[in-house]
Design a protein around this ligand. Sequence first.
Ligand code: FES
Length: 87
Amino acid sequence: AFEVALARSALTLQVPAGRTILEVLHENGVEMPSSCEQGACGTCLATVIEGDPDHQDVYLSAGERAAGKSIITCVSRCKSKRLVLDI
Ligand code: FES
C-alpha cells in the first residue's frame, strides 16, 4: 500500500495492494478522465510532484518514465510510501 496526496484537492488517500490509483480517486469523488483502464491510452495521466512512480503502463516513453514526472493512474503504482500528484 502507499499514500497518494492530491496537492490541489488537499486530500490524502490510501491505495491498498490490488487497487489502482484511478479506482481510489473515483471512489473518493475525485474527477479523473479514463478510457482503456489498461495503461495504453494515456487518458488518465497525472503529473507527479513528489514520489517515485512504479510505471506499469505501455503509454509513456522511456524518457518520460525516467523523468518520473508523470504517471498513468489506471495501472501504475508507487515505489515510495507517498506519491504527491498535481490533482
Ligand atoms: Fe487508458 Fe489509463 S485509462 S491509460
